[in-house]
Design a protein around this ligand. Structure first.
Ligand SMILES: [Zn+2]
Ligand SMILES: [Zn+2]
Length: 415
C-alpha cells in the first residue's frame, strides 16, 4: 500500500523512466504531419506504443477510422462492489495544412500517453483501493477541422468515461482557459444571370446580396458584446464582370464566450443574411455545415488540484485574472459538457504563437520535452488525487455526486 506521496513519486519516476520512448513517439508523429481525419501513421504509432505492453487492451479504429482506445485495469475493488471509476486521458494528433504540427498536437499525444503510464505506475503500488479504477486512453482525431471529439461523443465513445484529462501547448501555463463557442455558417445566394451591360434589368444580382450581407454584418458588429466575434469571407463572388452573378457564397464564423449566447448571435447574423436577400430579390440558403463547438466549462476542483501538483513540479502559472478567454475554439468544449474534465494549457519553451511555422519548430524540439513531461506528471498526479478522494468518499460512506450519473456530471467531493 503506497501513501499518496509515494504514488505521486511513482508517477514521476515512471514518466522520467520512459522519457526517451515518449519523446520518440511525439517526434515521430511530428515528423509525419497528417491532416484531420487522415492520421493513419499517428494512429498506428500510438497503437504500437500501447500494444508493446500487453497489460493494455488496445482497440484500433475505435468508432472513427483514425481514433483508438487503450485501456488498463480495473485494479482494486472491495465490498459492496462499487462501480469502476474510469479515468480517461485524451491524445490529439492532427496537423495543419502547410505548416505541420503548428498547434503542437504531437505533444498532446505525448502528454496523454505519458500521464496514462504515470497513473498506471501509481495504481500498481496501490492495488487495494475499495473502488476499482480503470485507465482509458482515447485517441481523438480531427480536432483542427471537423471536431472529431464531437463525432466520438455522438458515437458514445465517452459513455463509460467518468473523468477526462488532456493538456494543450500554448504560450503560458494556465490551469483553465475558456475557449469560445463557435458555429460556422455557409450562406448561398441564388439570383439570375444576365448580360451585365446589354440587359442588366433581366438579372438578379447575387453578388449584391453577398456584399450587402457583408456590410450588414459589419454594421451589426458595433452592437455586439466586446467578446463576441464574427468574421468571414466571400467564397464565391461570380464568374465574369459581364455576367450578373447568379450565385454567390459566403462563409462566416460566429463566436461567443458562452454557448448559450451563440443563439442570440446566430439570430442577429441570420437577419443580416435574409435582409440582403430581400433587398436584392435573391433566394438565400443558410447552412451550418459542421459541428457547433461549445466553450470549455470550468472545473474548479480539478483546476485547483492541477495547480497544486504543477507548483510542486515547478510550474509557474499565469495569473488567470488577465487571461480568461482564448478567442480560439476546441472540441474539448463539447467534451466538458458531457464528462467532468480539465484542459490546461502549457508552455513549450517558445514565445511563438500557435499556428505559425516557428511554433511547429518548437513542438518538435528537444527543449519542449521538459515542459511536456512536467505537464503529463501534473495531470497524472491530479488523477491520483481524484482517485484517492473519491475512494475516501466511498470508504467513509459519504455521497460523492454525481460522477456516475448522467447528467449532470458534476463532481462534488466531500472531504
Ligand atoms: Zn490549433
Ligand atoms: Zn490545437
Amino acid at each position: 500500500m503506497g501513501t499518496p506521496q509515494q504514488m505521486k513519486d511513482a508517477v514521476q519516476r515512471c514518466i522520467d523512466g520512459h522519457k526517451d520512448e515518449l519523446h520518440s513517439l511525439s517526434r515521430d508523429i511530428w515528423s509525419r504531419p497528417e491532416l484531420a481525419g487522415n492520421e493513419t501513421h499517428a494512429h498506428d504509432r500510438l497503437v504500437r506504443f500501447f500494444s508493446l505492453d500487453e497489460t493494455w487492451t488496445v482497440e484500433t479504429h475505435y468508432r472513427l477510422p483514425t481514433a483508438f482506445r487503450a485501456s488498463w485495469g480495473p485494479v482494486g475493488g472491495g465490498e459492496g462492489e462499487p462501480p469502476v471509476l474510469n479515468v480517461c486521458f485524451l491524445c490529439e494528433y492532427d496537423a495543419l495544412p502547410g505548416i505541420g504540427h503548428a498547434c503542437g498536437h504531437n505533444l498532446i499525444a505525448e502528454v496523454g500517453a505519458a500521464a496514462a503510464l504515470g497513473l498506471k505506475a501509481a495504481l500498481e503500488i496501490q492495488t487495494e483501493l475499495p473502488q476499482p479504477v480503470k485507465i482509458i486512453v482515447l485517441g481523438t482525431p480531427a480536432e483542427e477541422a471537423i471536431g472529431g471529439k464531437i463525432d466520438l461523443i455522438e458515437a458514445e465513445a465517452f459513455a463509460d468515461v467518468d473523468l477526462v484529462f488532456m493538456a494543450h501547448p500554448a504560450q503560458q501555463d494556465v490551469s483553465f482557459l475558456s475557449c469560445v463557442a463557435l458555429d460556422e455558417v455557409s450562406v448561398k445566394y441564388h439570383g439570375k444571370a444576365s448580360h451585365a451591360s446589354a440587359y442588366p434589368w433581366e438579372g438578379v444580382n447575387a453578388l449584391d446580396a453577398a456584399v450587402l450581407a457583408y456590410n450588414n454584418l459589419s454594421a451589426l458588429r458595433q452592437q455586439l458584446k466586446p467578446e463576441w466575434r464574427l468574421h468571414g469571407i466571400i467564397k464565391h463572388g461570380g464568374e465574369k464582370p459581364n455576367i450578373i452573378p447568379a450565385y454567390t457564397e459566403l462563409e462566416f464564423y460566429l463566436r461567443t464566450p458562452r454557448v448559450k449566447d451563440l443563439c442570440d448571435l446566430k439570430a442577429k447574423a441570420e437577419a443580416c443574411f435574409r435582409a440582403a436577400a430581400v433587398a436584392t430579390g435573391c433566394q438565400v440558403e443558410i447552412i451550418y455545415p459542421s459541428h457547433g463547438y461549445c466553450n470549455i466549462l470550468p472545473n474548479a476542483t480539478l483546476a485547483s488540484l492541477y495547480e497544486n501538483n504543477g507548483r510542486a513540479l515547478g510550474i509557474q502559472f499565469q495569473e488567470q485574472v488577465f487571461f480568461i478567454y482564448l478567442a480560439g475554439s476546441t472540441d474539448f468544449g463539447n467534451v466538458s459538457f458531457t464528462v467532468p474534465g480539465i484542459h490546461p494549457f502549457f508552455y513549450i519553451c517558445t514565445d511563438a504563437f500557435n499556428h505559425t511555422e516557428e511554433y511547429a519548430e518548437a513542438a518538435g524540439a528537444e527543449e519542449a520535452q521538459l515542459f511536456t513531461l512536467r505537464t503529463a506528471k501534473a495531470l497524472a498526479m491530479t488523477a491520483v488525487d481524484v482517485v484517492l478522494l473519491i475512494n475516501k468518499c466511498w470508504h467513509a460512506k459519504l455521497r460523492c455526486l454525481s460522477i456516475y450519473g448522467k447528467p449532470p456530471h458534476i463532481i462534488i467531493i466531500i472531504i
